[in-house]
Write a protein that binds this ligand. Structure first.
Ligand code: ADP
Ligand code: MG
Length: 697
């Protein structure tokens, strides 16, 4: 289905001159297997070789290309580490060429005494003597053309030298062809952008280092291409979804009213607004695809529950899916408590339910006896058949894959799309929301319920851990419960575990049976048992790997120690810290750091001390770490951009979104001339999943 014009772009790199199996393998590791991957591999700087001064004019280190007469060779005595030197001169002065570990014979043939050679490389001024070690080029003057005036420098790939890389990429550029213009002609004119082919060539054959700057017309053009491809793909999916009929779940209100009267608090304005937006979608005759975004503790659960009641009031079923067993149980407990006395039947189904009890539950789901089902992935299992499932809430969406979302949509009646509300506590910056969740509408809980006390956050070097332990002792004696978080080092879960176990034993020696340990390797039952003991107060200190990250609610816990806080991302620290500060007591978070390597580590911990605003923290996280690291690129389904930089070119996304909407409004199947060019764009950036939904044009 890929347009023919793109065939050469998607050829294997092995088809390029100079690329054999070994090089192709190296390229694949870092860049990719296809010619187009090389095209997206952009130089980071240039070497300008145009300068050809007289030797007497050179007073500082610089890159030059010179015609020099070769003089005497100084070969070092055998067995010494001294370099091989060759004297050269022009009419104004002399220069030493220096070779370490040189093969003398080779140099003698390359630089015969008395002849002139064109030599290019970096001259260094050393004790008033000009030197050049290992010139980049040494050619006959007649071959000067072989030396590029301006040479792009590519990010290094282990095992491939800069020169070889440049040559391979030149080969790739020769394979590709100009493509029809997919951008709006007036836009291109207004912005002064080159066409795609020229933009690519400008970047790979830069004339000045400015050509490579992130805000150069060529770079902006390519970034905008990529954002447009991203937004078009999302918009196609979104329109596809809207084509399906959805159910009109018009709020009746009796159950919601009863719940609101029962709640010991009144809703925040943000909650009210989100509920209104959700109700509006549920009542509309299309399927809802909405993201509910709210910081930890912003009160998402009650919003989701009110929305689910909307379904129950209409006599259909609702489900809420959590990423872990513990979270599912906590949702279940909360929901049961909130709905007590309302006559709504709630059940829970997780992977742990087996045998007779499970069979009975499935039966009740099938007959419609159950109104609201809470659970984990187990809710999508094949044999789980619903009476009439109309509405699903997904908690912490980034842990769910696309397939799971698909499996879910199969659970409703055919031809009617399910209403889906996704909740996330990850405060994704606005720019990213558009690229990750661009196919969803977004509601934001922009404020927290009143009366929360900010967590007192302090940073402490690891060598003062003894003091931390003492402080913990005082805290638990005063009746506080403590989370002690050990870092998860992604390379090795086993090592993490070892570190957590060691810390556990260390604390156990001091505090005895008041310490518990929970980590990802425990069986769900064991995990829950430890959590339950912490919740009930049987243990006061819970040593944990990051498994407590999401959602666990223990109001009595008002102290958290985070060991090696510098290894965590800001957003992750924020999520962790959100576990405390939920009760009446003032809370404290002790971020214990090891070596603060790099500028960022200090800056990051400082931000954590200074603010509790999840969105601000996310913006900073993005700025300091780059988008890929923010959510963990792969597992989160974050689009990872080939040329565009979210941090520096993110301002283009909103424009691309509006553009994408307008384009598909005017040309829903991309069948006009520009539409066909846009299809090429989608394939070029490998964002073509949605093209199959378009009527072929
Ligand atoms: P989230 O899931 O967004 O992290 P929760 O839904 O768990 O937050 O709510 C956190 C706590 O705040 C819960 O104990 C909940 O009962 C309480 N809460 C929710 N909304 C309000 C409100 N409007 N006023 C006071 N407390 C609230
Ligand atoms: Mg929650």
């Amino acid at each position: 289905m890929r347009p023919e014009i793109l065939y050469p772009f998607f050829a294997d790199t092995i088809s390029l001159p100079g690329v054999g199996g070994r090089i192709a393998g190296l390229l694949e590791k870092i860049i990719g297997r296809k010619v187009v991957d090389l095209i997206w591999h952009m130089p980071v700087d240039v070497i300008d070789r145009r300068s050809s001064p007289k030797l007497s004019e050179i007073t500082y280190d610089q890159i030059v290309t010179l015609d020099l007469t070769i003089g005497k060779h100084d070969s070092p005595p055998r067995g010494t580490n001294r370099p091989y030197r060759v004297w050269c001169h022009d009419a104004t002065g002399n220069l030493q060429l220096i070779f370490f570990h040189a093969k003398g014979d080779y140099i003698k043939t390359q630089l015969p005494e008395g002849e002139v050679r064109t030599i290019s490389g970096k001259v260094e001024v050393y004790n008033n003597q000009l030197q050049m070690s290992h010139p980049d080029y040494m050619l006959l003057p007649s071959k000067r053309d072989e030396i590029p005036e301006i040479e792009p420098i590519y990010p290094l790939t282990a095992g491939i030298s800069g020169k070889v890389m440049a040559k391979i990429i030149r080969g790739a550029l020769e394979k590709i062809v100009a493509l029809p213009e997919w951008q709006d002609k007036t836009l291109i004119k207004r912005e002064g952008w080159p066409d795609w082919y020229n933009a690519i060539n400008k970047i790979h054959h830069p004339k000045l280092s400015q050509d490579l700057q992130i805000n150069s017309p060529a770079r902006l053009r390519l970034a905008y291409d990529e954002f447009l491809a991203n937004q078009l793909a999302l918009e196609i999916m979104r329109r596809q979804n809207q084509k399906k009929k959805g159910r009109c779940l018009v709020a009746k209100g009796h159950l919601k009213q009863a719940l609101l009267e029962k709640l010991p608090y009144s809703l925040t304005d943000a909650q009210k607004q989100c509920i209104e937006e959700i109700d509006h979608d549920l009542a509309a005759p299309f399927a809802m695809m909405r993201l509910l975004q709210g910081d930890v503790g912003s009160g998402k659960t009650v919003v989701a529950l009110l929305a689910m009641l909307n379904a129950v009031e209409n006599g259909v079923q609702a489900a809420i899916i959590a990423p872990t067993e513990i979270l599912a149980r906590q949702h279940y407990a909360n929901i049961v408590e909130m709905l007590d006395g309302l006559g709504v039947s709630v059940a829970i189904l997780t992977g742990r339910d087996k045998g007779k009890a499970r069979a009975m539950l499935l039966d009740q789901l099938h007959t419609g006896e159950i109104d609201i089902i809470v659970g984990t992935h187990a809710l999508f299992q094949k044999d789980v058949i619903y009476h009439d499932l109309a509405f699903v809430v997904i908690d912490e969406q980034h842990r769910f894959g696309v397939e799971q979302r698909m499996a879910l949509s199969q659970k409703g009646p055919k031809n009617i799309a399910m209403d889906v509300l996704t909740m996330t506590a990850t405060p994704i910056p606005r720019t990213l929301t558009l690229t990750v969740y661009g196919d969803m509408d977004v509601s934001r809980l922009y404020e927290k319920p009143p009366g929360r006390k900010p967590v007192d956050t302090r940073t402490i070097p690891l060598n003062r851990l003894g003091e931390v332990v003492q402080a913990i002792g005082r805290a638990i004696n005063a009746g506080t419960r403590v989370f002690w978080i050990c870092p998860l080092v992604e390379e090795s879960e086993i090592l993490d575990l070892a570190a957590a176990e060691e810390r556990f034993h260390h604390l156990e020696k001091i505090f005895g049976s008041r310490v518990g340990l929970v980590h990802g390797k425990l069986k769900p039952k064991e995990k829950d048992a430890v959590m339950a003991r912490f919740i009930s107060g049987e243990i006061d200190i819970l040593v944990a790997t990051t498994v407590v990250e999401v959602g666990v609610d223990v109001p009595e816990a008002s102290v958290m120690v985070i060991e090696h806080a510098e290894r965590f991302g800001l957003s992750q620290l924020h999520q962790l810290r959100g576990r405390i500060g939920r009760g009446a007591d003032k809370s404290t978070c002790l971020m214990v750091y090891g070596a603060l390597t790099g500028q960022n580590a200090k800056a990051r911990l400082k931000i954590m001390r200074e603010t509790d605003d999840g969105f601000l923290i996310a913006e900073e996280d993005l700025r300091l770490r780059g988008a890929g690291e923010l959510l963990g690129t792969r597992q989160s389904g974050m689009p990872d951009f080939k040329v565009a930089s979210l941090e520096e070119q993110g301002h283009l996304i909103a424009m691309a979104r509006d553009d994408a909407r307008l384009i598909l409004e005017k040309d829903p199947n991309l069948s006009s001339e520009r539409g066909r060019a846009l299809r090429i764009l989608l394939y070029l950036f490998e964002r073509d999943e949605g093209v199959k939904y378009l009527i072929s044009g």
